[in-house]
Ligand binder design. Structure first.
Ligand SMILES: O=C(CO)[C@@H](O)[C@H](O)COP(=O)(O)O
Ligand SMILES: [Fe+2]
Length: 216
C-alpha cells in the first residue's frame, strides 16, 4: 500500500513560516490545521495564512477544518488552492452536498471524525469522499499522546474500503511519531499527519525520512 507523510504546520514557527515550509521537501503534502475556537478550544489561523502557505510551497495542501459551519467556509479553502479539504461530520449540516461541491471544484473531499464519533454510521457515505480522517487525539492541539483505542475504528474503515474497493485514503492525525506510526499502519491507515514529531526536531526532513523508513 502506498503511504503518505503529511507534516502539520501547527507546530511550525509561524514567524518564519516560509522557511519552515522549505524544511520539509520530502513531505507528500502540508497539513494545514484551521481552528475557530468554537468547534475546538483553540484558535489557529484562517484564510490569510492559508494563502501565505499556498504562496510559499509547491507541495499539495491537506486542509483540516476544525470549525463550526464548514458548509459556509470550506469552499474558500478549495478556491485558495487546497488539494484536499477535510471537514468534521459533527459540524457539517449537509456533508454529502459539501463533498460534492468540493469535488465539483476539482478538490478532494475528506470526512473527519472526532475520537468519540463512531465510524459505522458513515461508512456508506465514503463513496462521496476521497479521504477519511480519523483523529487519534482530541482535536485542538498538537503534541498530545496517540490514542491506541482508535485502532479498531481504523480497522473497521480499512475492511469496508477494501471490501467495497473504494479509492478512499485513511488519514490518522494526532500523536504520530516513530513509535506509533507502525501501529496505525498495521490497523490500515495510509496517510500519516505528524506535527510536533517533525517540527520539534532539529532536522524536520530527517524525521519525515525516518517515518517513511519505518513504513517500508
Ligand atoms: O489536527 C490536529 C490537532 O487538532 C493535528 O493535525 C495536530 O497538529 C497534530 O499534531 P501532533 O499530534 O502530531 O503533534
Ligand atoms: Fe489536523
Amino acid at each position: 500500500m502506498k503511504t503518505f507523510i503529511h507534516p502539520s504546520i501547527l507546530s511550525a514557527d509561524f514567524a518564519r513560516l516560509g522557511e519552515e515550509l522549505q524544511r520539509i521537501p520530502d513531505a507528500d503534502a502540508v497539513h494545514v490545521d484551521v481552528m475557530d475556537n468554537h468547534f475546538v478550544p483553540n484558535l489557529s489561523f484562517g484564510m490569510p495564512i492559508m494563502e501565505a502557505v499556498k504562496a510559499n510551497t509547491d507541495l499539495p495542501l491537506d486542509v483540516h477544518l476544525m470549525i463550526e459551519d464548514p458548509d459556509r467556509w470550506a469552499l474558500q479553502y478549495a478556491d485558495a488552492g487546497a488539494d484536499t479539504v477535510s471537514f468534521h461530520v459533527e459540524a457539517a449540516q449537509a456533508p454529502i452536498r459539501l463533498a460534492r461541491e468540493l469535488r465539483d471544484r476539482g478538490v478532494k473531499a475528506g470526512l473527519a471524525l472526532r475520537p468519540a464519533t463512531p465510524v459505522e454510521p458513515y461508512l456508506e457515505l465514503l463513496p462521496e469522499f476521497d479521504m477519511l480522517l480519523i483523529m487519534t487525539v482530541e482535536p485542538g492541539f498538537g503534541g498530545q499522546s496517540f490514542l491506541d483505542v482508535m485502532m479498531p475504528k481504523v480497522r473497521t474503515a480499512r475492511e469496508y474500503i477494501d471490501a467495497e474497493q473504494l479509492p478512499v485514503r485513511i488519514e490518522v492525525d494526532g500523536g504520530i511519531n516513530a513509535a506509533t506510526i507502525g501501529t496505525a499502519f498495521k490497523a490500515g491507515a495510509d496517510v500519516f499527519v505528524a506535527g510536533s514529531a517533525v517540527y520539534s526536531a532539529a532536522e524536520p526532513n530527517q524525521v519525515i525520512k525516518d517515518l517513511q523508513a519505518a513504513l517500508s
